[in-house]
Design a protein around this ligand. Structure first.
Ligand code: CS2
Ligand code: MG
Length: 424
């Protein structure tokens, strides 16, 4: 489309910004001839520079001169036009463009983005925080610390007897920014920066024996009301997943996440046949097509896709509308590798959609917030976008320059038994 009603809305610059304020982030900034800027998150944890190249070498040259208002057409142009559709790198790049365009449109309208998505349906987005501990006492301290901060729903991850560090569990050994003990972080940056990924050990039988006893102990200590979540991180076979779901039923989980590897979603039929524990999946999905069978056969209860990895606000809104037909709710991925730009986008969608479920929230470091200056607020366990026009985030280039990109990897997982690579 080259016909512009208003040449001031044409895109005149597209910059890919890479920084590492506590961990690596890739951010796209678009600017119109009128000087309105918009931001999009394109961070793919551990493979960041692939998206930088995709954007810089193949996408940003196409954006110059396009009308910033043409969000849907730009989405279709980048998706259909690529021929090589889908995949995390392509969809993160498209997501960044789409999010930046929504930011620009809302700023031009002088409104917070949620107003353009249908307006506010709720005061804020109910969040869940990450409590963890190698042993029960540390886990209980971590749960209490989260409750003190106002969280009203808690994800529980613990160590497994006989295993060393387990992903998702903070320990003093891998604690990074954010303190130690109950507030320690496990997210592998910057302490785990290395030339090669850290290798962790895994033993599924030990995990399956241990997990129900942890939830029993947590329910005994904290009572029946507190919503509890758990992430199995794609590590189980269908029948193992079915067994875990069934054994966790007495503890009334809010959800059990990523029980099996995401490539073969049909196996969730087997899991569903055996358990009423609610299931969540989708943090590594890229498109609406990944959900088709899961929605239509009613195999899941929550959609985990974030704006950043599912093609942006336009695409995620479509996924949520499709999910609503089946009474399936949102449960957007929100670890610290989703930047404040991606999180803000999720919050604008989250307060607007009818089928909001819950929002994952792991606070970013102060360094991260100094680069992005988010204006969302966290009160009584609810995270809410501000009423600033647009997304309500910024990018401070001088701050970002203080934190240059550093190569970093997520860990890999090997079986304790014989060192075989295992799903991570
Ligand atoms: C996790 C993430 O938040 C979650 O549910 O699965 O920590 C995930 O491992 C990371 O985002 C990977 O980059
Ligand atoms: Mg997860």
């Amino acid at each position: 489309m080259t016909d512009f009603d208003d040449m001031g809305t044409r895109i005149v610059s597209a910059e890919v910004l890479v920084s590492s304020p506590g961990r690596n982030f890739v951010t796209l900034r678009l600017r119109t001839a009128d000087g309105v800027t918009g931001l999009g998150d394109a961070t793919v944890n551990g493979r960041e520079l692939a998206v930088v190249s995709y954007l810089q070498d193949h996408v940003t040259p196409l954006l110059i001169g396009r009308d910033a208002h043409a969000i849907e057409d730009t989405w279709q142009y980048l998706y259909r036009g690529a021929y090589w559709r889908r995949g995390p790198i392509t969809m993160a790049a498209i997501a960044a463009v789409d999010t930046a365009l929504w930011d620009i449109k809302a700023k031009m309208a002088g409104m917070p983005l949620y107003q353009l998505l249908g307006g506010r349906s709720r005061r804020g987005c109910l969040t869940y925080g990450h409590a963890s501990g190698a042993e029960l006492p540390e886990l209980f301290d971590s749960i209490r610390a989260h409750l003190d901060q106002g969280y009203r729903a808690i994800r529980i991850q613990t160590g497994v007897p006989g295993l060393g560090s387990v992903y998702g569990v903070a320990s003093s050994a891998n604690a990074v920014v954010g303190g130690s003990g109950a507030s320690a972080r496990y997210d592998h940056e910057p302490a785990r920066r290395a030339a090669v990924p850290v290798e962790e050990e895994w033993d599924t039988r030990a995990y399956l024996r241990h997990a129900p006893s942890v939830f029993e102990a947590v329910r005994n200590e904290f009572g029946p009301e507190l919503p509890l979540l758990h992430d199995a991180h794609h590590r189980l076979t269908p029948i193992q997943a079915a067994k875990l779901g069934k054994e966790l039923e007495p503890y009334d989980l809010f959800w059990l996440e990523d029980v099996t590897p995401a490539e073969n979603t049909a196996v969730l039929r087997r899991v569903r046949e055996h358990t009423t524990t609610p299931l969540a999946i989708g943090e590594v999905f890229n498109t609406i097509w990944d959900y088709r069978e899961l929605f239509e056969e009613q195999l899941i209860d929550y959609v985990r896709s974030p704006v950043t990895h599912a093609g942006g606000i336009t695409a995620l809104r479509r996924i949520f509308d499709y999910a609503a037909v089946y009474q399936i709710k949102s449960g957007v991925h929100g670890p610290t590798d989703i930047s404040p730009v991606g999180l803000a986008a999720a919050l604008h969608l989250g307060v607007a959609i009818p089928n909001f479920g819950i929002q994952e929230y792991m606070k970013h470091t102060e360094d991260t917030d100094q680069v992005f200056r988010p204006t969302y607020s966290f009160t009584d366990g609810l995270l809410a976008p501000s009423d600033e026009p647009g997304l309500g985030v910024d990018h401070d280039d001088a701050e970002a320059d203080r934190h240059p990109y550093t190569r970093a990897y997520l860990p890999v997982n090997r079986l304790k038994l014989d060192g075989s690579m295992h799903d991570w």
